[in-house]
Design a protein around this ligand. Structure first.
Ligand SMILES: [Zn+2]
Length: 449
């Protein structure tokens, strides 16, 4: 079965298509507010082919757009690809950085398309440059330590991708990437089943970046509130390798897939906001006068250059809907900063995937009174400030605060059944909402045997 997410009029529907042309069940209605990154789109026809909703960018300063695209390349391109949509060769997987266990990290997989086996070094250099650019942006910069980053080496039969430089160009590549997707020059689509097959070779995959070996500007953001069948990732961002602005497509798309942020731009002619609410932190249906979503930030000077306030227009509509700043990376790729509200939502999103505190002594296990319990704090910095606290039976042991290794006995826990707990909280000033603050923390607990 293939799963297709169909956004439309305030809901994101999940359709299960059991075979080409037949929609078996329409289910999983998410009632209520508008979903991040889901543009209002026409209904998905009769479902003759599996499709995905993507966002794309005509240029660094252009208003982003949305389209439904097929999950596989068109026949004229697919004919040239290796057969079998799911079976792909074993690829070598290299950790760019591995800061902790996959269960406690946000796992970003980066892979290339249109690089031949002889161009492996080119791909690695391009991947590194993309990562360096994205992780120079806050809050990615401070929280890079919450990520594991896995490089998956695909090898394409031909160099470059289809549709570059012109629509008629067809190349045989590992992932079937092609510009001129749905007749849109800058829209860079690919075969998502192949992406899944390669991504699944990494130890884990929450987010995937695909870099096309091309100097042509373009890309696409695929957001998956529910991962596609067989995959575990929630977003795929495609971007070209040699265009200096392409990395911003990846940085923007993670805003949707990690931060659940809405687009802050609007389309001319869309008029009044038709939804009762928005699920996203950065869109409000009421002018925020001190009680709304970003009341804790009102009046603050913002990294985007604005003062945080209520700016009308956003989530594709022109009136009756508000965003926190005049511009930001969620409004245009001409901006390279998230606003404070966006940063806070991203930090919340990071911690939804990742834990600040991990240990090689599994939480929930029994330990001897004299047994050493070592814990690790994620290597975060900058905006982040992790605070480690120890407890015995729920009572804080102040003198052990910040200790990375303890024994239950040293904390005063010597009796069988006593509980030793380590808790970490991020005291960053980039978070002001107490509920988000609580979500930045995690705890591990052991029992004395
Ligand atoms: Zn967007």
């Amino acid at each position: 079965m293939r799963e297709v997410v169909v956004p439309g009029h305030g809901t994101a529907r999940t359709r299960w298509i059991t075979s080409v042309g037949s929609v078996a069940i329409a289910a999983a209605l998410l009632a209520g507010g508008h979903t991040a990154g889901a543009a209002p789109a026409p209904a998905a026809g009769t479902g003759a082919v599996a499709t995905h909703e993507v966002e794309y960018f005509d240029g660094p300063g252009a208003t982003p757009r949305h389209k439904r695209v097929p999950a596989e390349p068109p026949a004229r391109i697919a004919r040239r690809q290796a057969p079998g949509s799911a079976a792909v060769p074993a690829a070598s997987v290299t950790p760019v950085q591995e800061t902790g266990p996959v269960s406690g990290r946000l796992d970003l997989v980066i892979m290339g398309d249109g690089y031949t086996a002889a161009q492996r070094a080119d791909f690695r250099a391009d991947a590194q440059a993309t990562l360096d650019h994205v992780f120079a942006i806050e809050p990615y910069a401070s929280y890079r330590g919450l990520f594991n980053i896995w490089l998956v080496d695909t090898a394409s039969a031909e160099s470059g991708v289809s549709g570059d430089p012109t629509a008629g160009v067809v190349r045989n590549t590992a992932l079937g990437s092609y510009f001129f997707c749905e007749d849109t020059e800058r829209l860079l689509c690919l075969d998502t089943d192949k992406v899944t097959a390669y991504a699944n070779q990494a130890p884990a995959s929450d987010i995937v970046f695909v870099i096309a070996n091309s100097a042509k500007y373009g890309g696409a953001g695929y957001s998956f509130p529910t991962p596609p069948t067989g995959a575990s990732y929630h977003g795929v961002a495609t971007m070209s390798s040699d265009n200096p602005q392409s990395y911003l497509i990846g940085a923007h798309e993670l805003g949707h897939s990690i931060g659940n942020l809405a687009d802050e731009y609007q389309y001319a002619g869309y008029g009044a906001y038709p939804y009762p609410s928005s699920e996203s932190a950065n869109i409000s249906v009421t002018p925020d006068l001190g009680t709304g979503k970003w009341s804790r930030w009102l009046g603050e000077q913002d990294p985007t250059g604005s003062v945080i306030g209520t700016y009308e227009g956003g989530d594709y509509y022109e009136t009756g809907v508000y965003r926190p700043t005049s511009t930001s990376l969620m409004r245009t790729l001409a901006s390279t900063e998230f606003n404070h509200v966006g940063r806070e939502a991203m930090i919340k999103g990071f911690y939804a995937y990742a834990d600040g505190l991990t240990s090689t002594v599994p939480s929930g296990t029994r330990v001897r009174p004299g047994q050493k319990i070592a814990v690790s704090l994620a290597p975060v910095n900058g905006l982040s400030a992790l605070r480690l606290t120890w407890y015995v039976d729920g009572k804080q042991v102040a003198r052990a605060a910040g200790d990375r290794a303890v024994t239950p006995a040293a904390l005063g826990a010597t009796r069988s059944g006593q509980r030793v707990t380590a808790t970490v909280t991020d005291t960053t000033s980039a978070v002001r909402d107490p509920a988000v603050r609580a979500a930045t923390g995690n705890s591990l607990t052991w029992r004395v045997r």
